[in-house]
Write a protein that binds this ligand. Structure first.
Ligand code: F6P
Length: 546
C-alpha cells in the first residue's frame, strides 16, 4: 500500500516541519514564491503559492506520485485497459473530446468513429431544434427542452448550461428535472406547453428509478394534452446505452443518441449526455467546450510532472488530506454562473474517490476522498466563511475567478474580483493580536473592552488556498476547467490505489428503497426489517392513507 512506501513516510516527517511554518514568513523570505508556485495551462492560471509548501514538499509529493506508478496508470487509461476493474470496463472519456489524431480503443476496437458519428448526429439534431425546423406533433417549433436524468446524466449538462448562459438564446429554454420528488417535475411542467416541449430522457442504464418515473409522468402529461401516442416520436428523445429499454419505453430508436459503457456517468458531459447543452448553446460552442477539455487532456498527458497542473492540484489535495489530517475541500467560484460547479464536482470527486478498499479489495488505513463542497462568492462569505477563517478546522479552498465578466454592469466585477483576492489574502495572513489591538485602540475602545474582545478579533491565518484564474468563462475555459478537476481526481485515485470509476456505494440504498416501496403495499415484503424502519413504514402508511 502507498502508506508503506518511503515516499509516504518522508512526507509524514516533512509535514511536521512545515506545519509550524508561517506562510507570510515564507513570502517575506521569498517574494518570487508566486512565480515559482504558479502554473499556466490551457488558459488557466493556477497560483498555488498560498499553500504550506516549499520546494522540498513538491519534490516529495512528486516522488509519491512516482511511487504510485502514476505514469503507467496514465498509459493504461490511454490504452483502453479495463482500469475500471470492478466493472470490467475501459475508461475513455478523453476519447469523447479527442480533437487530434490520438487513437482510442476499447476491447481492441476503435471508438473514435462511433464518437464522431454521434457528435455529427447531435449537430444535425440540435441544428434542427434550434432553427425551429424540428416540429412538434401539432406542427409548432420547440421552445422548451426538459432534460430528465439524475447524477452524472444531469449534473454536468445542468452545471454547464448555467455556466454558459451568456451563450444561450432566449428562443430555446432548457430545464432540468432530476428528483423523484414530484415537486421537481410538476413545477417545471406548470409553465410549459406540451405542443412546444421536447423531453430528453438521459440515462446510461435506462433503469434508474428517478429518471424513469419522471419520464413516465412526462409522457403521460404529453399524451394527455396531445391525445395520441404518435406524439412521443416528436417530443421524446433518449440518451442511453440501453437500446432495448429505450424501445420498450416507446421512444423510437431513431431518436436515441448512443453512448458507451466505457463512459462513466460522472464523466459523460462530453458524450450525447451533453445534448441539452448542445441545444442550449449550439454545436459550434459545444465543440469549443470539447476543445478546452482536449487541450487539458494533452497537457495532462504530456506536460512534465513539475509543470503538470492536474498533477500538482491533486498532490496538494493529498498533502492536506493525508499528512495534515484535513478531510475537506471547499470550491468557491467567484462567478454566479458557476453556482452549480461545486455540486457537479461533488459527484466527480466523492463518487470517484469515496472508497474504503483498494482496487484489489484490501481495506485502506489512510484517508481517501475528501468532503467536497462550496458555493459562489460573495454569497459564501456571508454564510460559512466564518468557520473557514476562525473555526478550529483547516479547510483548503480553491477560488475560481474569471478575470472578465460577461456582464458589464458598473463596478460589480471589480468588487467581485477584489473580494476573491481579499478572501485568499485574509486566509493566508490572518490578523495578529497586535494588529487587532491597534485597530480597537484606534476605534477609541476602553482597555477593558479591548481585552474582552481581543481573542474574538484575532484571525490565525496560515490557511491554505489555490487561486484559479481564467480570462473569461467561455465554453473553452469551462471545458479546460472541468477536465482539470477530472484529472486531479484520477491522480488522487491512483495514489490512494482505489478504483475511481465504480460507485457500488450507491447500490444498497437503491435496493432497500425498492423493498420498502413494495412494503408500503404489502407488509410481508418488509417482514424481516429492523424495528426502526418498520416503525417509520407504519407512520408513513398511516399518514399516506389519511
Ligand atoms: O448515483 C449513481 C449513479 O449510478 C451515477 O453514477 C449515475 O451518474 C447516475 O446514477 C445515473 O445513472 P443512469 O445514467 O444510468 O440513469
Amino acid at each position: 500500500m502507498i502508506s508503506d512506501t518511503s515516499a509516504w513516510r518522508a512526507l509524514e516527517k516533512h509535514w511536521k516541519d512545515m506545519a509550524g511554518q508561517s506562510l507570510l514568513a515564507l513570502f517575506n523570505h521569498d517574494p518570487s514564491r508566486c512565480t515559482r508556485f504558479g502554473l499556466d495551462a490551457c488558459g488557466i492560471h493556477l497560483d498555488f503559492s498560498k499553500n504550506l509548501i516549499n520546494e522540498e514538499t513538491l519534490g516529495l509529493l512528486l516522488a509519491l506520485a512516482e511511487s504510485a506508478d502514476l505514469a503507467s496508470w496514465k498509459e493504461r487509461l490511454l490504452a483502453g485497459e479495463t482500469v475500471n476493474n470492478t466493472e470490467g470496463r475501459s475508461v475513455l472519456h478523453m476519447a469523447l473530446r479527442n480533437r487530434g489524431g490520438r487513437a482510442y480503443h476499447a476491447g481492441g476496437a476503435d471508438v473514435m468513429s462511433g464518437v464522431r458519428a454521434v457528435l455529427d448526429r447531435m449537430r444535425v439534431f440540435s441544428g434542427e431544434v434550434r432553427s425551429g425546423r424540428w416540429l412538434g406533433y401539432t406542427g409548432r417549433s420547440i421552445t422548451d427542452v426538459v432534460s430528465l436524468g439524475i447524477g452524472g446524466s444531469s449534473l454536468g449538462p445542468k452545471m454547464a448550461c448555467q455556466a454558459l448562459r451568456p451563450y444561450q438564446t432566449p428562443a430555446l429554454r432548457v430545464h432540468f428535472v432530476s428528483n423523484v420528488d414530484g415537486a421537481d417535475l410538476s413545477q417545471v411542467l406548470a409553465a410549459l406547453d406540451p405542443e412546444t416541449t421536447m423531453f430528453i430522457v438521459a440515462s446510461k442504464t435506462f433503469t434508474t428509478q428517478e429518471t424513469l418515473t419522471n419520464a413516465k409522468s412526462a409522457r403521460d402529461w404529453c399524451l394527455t394534452k396531445l391525445g395520441n401516442s404518435a406524439a412521443v416520436a416528436r417530443h421524446f428523445v433518449a440518451v442511453s446505452t440501453n437500446r432495448d429499454a429505450v424501445s420498450a419505453f416507446g421512444i423510437d430508436p431513431k431518436n436515441m443518441f448512443e453512448f458507451w459503457d466505457w463512459v462513466g456517468g460522472r464523466y459523460s458531459l462530453w458524450s450525447a449526455i451533453g445534448l441539452p447543452l448542445a441545444l442550449a448553446i449550439g454545436m459550434d460552442r459545444f465543440d469549443e467546450l470539447l476543445d478546452g477539455a482536449h487541450a487539458m487532456d494533452e497537457h495532462f498527458i504530456t506536460a512534465p510532472a513539475s509543470q503538470n497542473m492536474p498533477l500538482i492540484l491533486g498532490l496538494l489535495g493529498i498533502w492536506y488530506n493525508n499528512f495534515g489530517a484535513v478531510s475537506t475541500q471547499a470550491i468557491i467560484p467567484y462567478d454566479q454562473n458557476l453556482r452549480d460547479f461545486p455540486t457537479y464536482l461533488q459527484q466527480v470527486d466523492m463518487e470517484s474517490n469515496g472508497k474504503r478498499v483498494t482496487r484489489d479489495g484490501e481495506l485502506i488505513g489512510y484517508a481517501t476522498g475528501p468532503v467536497v463542497w462550496g458555493q459562489p462568492g460573495t454569497d459564501a462569505q456571508h454564510s460559512f466563511f466564518q468557520l473557514i477563517h476562525q473555526g478550529t478546522r483547516i479547510v483548503p479552498v480553491d477560488f475560481i475567478l474569471p478575470l472578465r465578466s460577461h456582464h458589464l454592469l458598473g463596478d460589480h466585477h471589480a468588487k467581485l474580483a477584489a473580494n476573491a483576492l481579499a478572501q485568499a489574502q485574509a486566509l493566508m495572513r490572518g490578523r495578529t493580536e497586535g494588529e487587532a489591538r491597534a485597530e480597537l485602540e484606534a476605534a477609541g475602545m476602553s482597555p477593558d473592552d479591548i481585552e474582552a474582545l481581543l481573542p474574538h478579533r484575532v484571525f490565525p491565518g496560515n490557511r491554505p488556498s489555490n487561486m484559479l484564474l481564467v480570462d473569461q468563462l467561455t465554453p473553452y475555459a469551462l471545458g479546460a476547467l472541468i477536465a482539470l478537476y477530472e484529472h486531479k481526481v484520477f491522480v488522487q485515485g491512483v495514489i490512494w490505489g482505489v478504483n475511481s470509476f465504480d460507485q457500488w456505494g450507491v447500490e444498497l440504498g437503491k435496493q432497500l428503497a425498492g423493498k420498502i416501496l413494495k412494503g408500503f403495499a404489502d407488509e410481508a415484503e418488509v417482514a424481516d426489517t429492523d424495528a426502526s424502519t418498520a416503525d417509520l413504514i407504519v407512520r408513513y402508511k398511516a399518514m399516506a392513507e389519511t
